[in-house]
Unconditional design. Structure first.
Length: 492
């Protein structure tokens, strides 16, 4: 059974999804979702352990050897991302039980869990496959289910948000599939490892450079890099609470992984940085995203929308690390993939707790809530401190490596800008803290703490925020190994 873990990583949630529809019972569908997501987490941890001890795992689907057949190829890079996605999935699934029963009609709850598992399996499939066309297939699975999940929100604006996401996502997917088609026309192969060997022979071809451009636009749309981020704020704001927590912690991280995998593994770091000047294109976009989106977040009155703009700024941090074109910078990017998933997952889950009790996440509605919902608001404060980058949190570790990467290149103004953006994050986090702790409570006197079914997944992420902020050796070590693999080419 262990030898089939790469296939089971995707198959388990994929098969559980239609079962959620067949059971026609919300609680039973939830049980299936929890079982499938925790199974996916267990498999991903085993795969990471095996990769670190034994090297790259190659799994040929149907016994057809690559490059003719489809290959699932697991190295330290995607094993790391698999753990990120499955960890968030495993915590969001139990969190969803209480939240979904409040925010979604009973008849649609089995549909919610079916779409949730499809989205999870799609993201895991994107990450684990070694076939570029399979990336597109799984991208469509995850995207279509994500549109449905967002549209299930209570507010009617969830429908328009899902539609805008659908349009942007379809444009991005079209650019990606065109880029893949152009690569196939030049090499006759869809296998990533095979492409990495064949592309250096046709680097000078205009077709390859056009394919690179199409893929760049498609990936930047999917990861919501400024200025291609316009679909993200509304999607995060009006989606159901567990959907926002899941999407914010996984979808954009997988999109960043796609960018790294294609441009550093398939095309190669030498082609991306020396020929296509990827670093010179991404650096200004990342810096503008970090500053402008942090500034926009300061003026938001809806906390979910505030956190959504913050996410666009945090994506800027990830892209900034890549633009350094060094192992240290790439380590910062890969580390922030994990760290941002933990901190933003905790923050959006905390807002889900608030939404459950008071029916709103507007800042003025949270006056005095720190005394009524102490555990929930303490979780928000802890996540906020991590977002700012306070020492002993994961956010500090990410920004430490970013600053090291900037100083390694001699770009001290970039390091200063990272520190300034951290102060801007403090401003918008403080706006919520001030209202919650230093204003009089004016809401319903019956307001009390959120149910434990919502609190324990939230606090699980908070504890991970603190644990990996204090003991960052393991995560930083894995991120550095993954960065070295990406900078040197396909794992052997």
């Amino acid at each position: 059974m262990a030898e089939h873990y790469p296939a089971l990583q995707v198959v388990v949630p994929l098969l559980a999804a239609p079962l959620c529809l067949f059971v026609r019972n919300g609680r039973a569908a939830w049980g299936l979702a929890v079982l499938a997501s925790w199974s996916a987490l267990g498999i991903s941890l085993v795969l990471l352990s095996r990769v670190m001890s034994s090297g790259v795992i190659s799994y040929a689907l149907g016994g057809w050897a690559p490059p003719i057949g489809i290959e699932y190829r697991v190295d330290i890079v995607n094993a790391w991302v698999l753990v990120i996605v499955s960890t968030i999935g495993a915590l969001v699934a139990p969190y969803a039980l209480t939240s979904v029963e409040r925010e979604i009609g009973a008849r649609r709850i089995p549909l919610f869990y079916a779409a949730y598992l499809l989205c999870l399996s799609g993201l895991l499939g994107i990450t684990i496959t070694g076939d570029v066309f399979n990336v597109f297939v799984f991208l469509e699975i995850s995207s279509l289910s994500a549109y449905a999940l967002i549209a299930l929100g209570q507010d009617r604006r969830a429908l328009t948000s899902a539609f805008r996401y659908l349009v942007a996502g379809s444009v991005g997917a079209t650019f990606i599939v065109i880029g893949i088609g152009l690569l196939y026309s030049m090499t006759g192969s869809l296998n990533m490892a095979d492409l990495a060997q064949l592309l250096p022979g046709v680097w000078e071809s205009r077709t390859v450079k056009v394919a690179y451009g199409f893929l760049a636009v498609g990936f930047c749309l999917k990861l919501a890099l400024f200025p291609l981020h316009l679909w993200l704020p509304n999607a995060y704001t009006y989606a159901p609470s567990p959907v926002t927590a899941f999407m914010a912690s996984t979808a954009t991280k997988v999109a960043v992984y796609m960018l790294l995998r294609f441009f550093l593994t398939v095309f190669g770091a030498a082609f991306s940085f020396d020929v296509m000047a990827l670093d010179r294109v991404l650096l200004p976009l990342a810096l503008v995203a970090i500053v402008s989106m942090s500034l926009v977040a300061i003026f938001q009155v809806n906390v979910k929308r505030l956190l959504a703009y913050s996410s666009v700024a945090q994506i800027g941090y990830m892209v900034l690390g890549l633009s350094f074109a060094t192992v240290t910078g790439l380590t910062a990017t890969l580390l922030h993939l994990f760290n941002h998933a933990l901190m933003k997952g905790a923050l959006f889950m905390a807002m889900g707790c608030v939404m459950y009790r008071i029916g709103s996440v507007r800042i003025e509605a949270m006056a005095g809530l720190g005394r009524r919902m102490p555990a929930t608001m303490a979780a928000f404060v802890a996540g906020g401190l991590s977002l700012v980058g306070v020492p002993l949190t994961v956010g500090f570790v990410s920004k430490w490596y970013l600053i090291l990467g900037a100083l390694e290149r001699g770009w001290w103004p970039v390091a200063v800008l990272v520190l300034i953006a951290s102060l801007m994050a403090l401003v918008y986090v403080w706006r919520v803290v001030e209202v919650a702790y230093f204003r009089e409570f004016t809401g319903d006197e019956r307001t009390r703490e959120a149910p434990w079914t919502l609190l324990w997944p939230t606090w699980a992420l908070v504890v991970l925020n603190l644990y990996f902020g204090i003991d960052a050796g393991r995560t930083a070590g894995i991120a550095r190994q993954a960065a070295e693999v990406l900078m040197t080419g396909i794992g052997q």
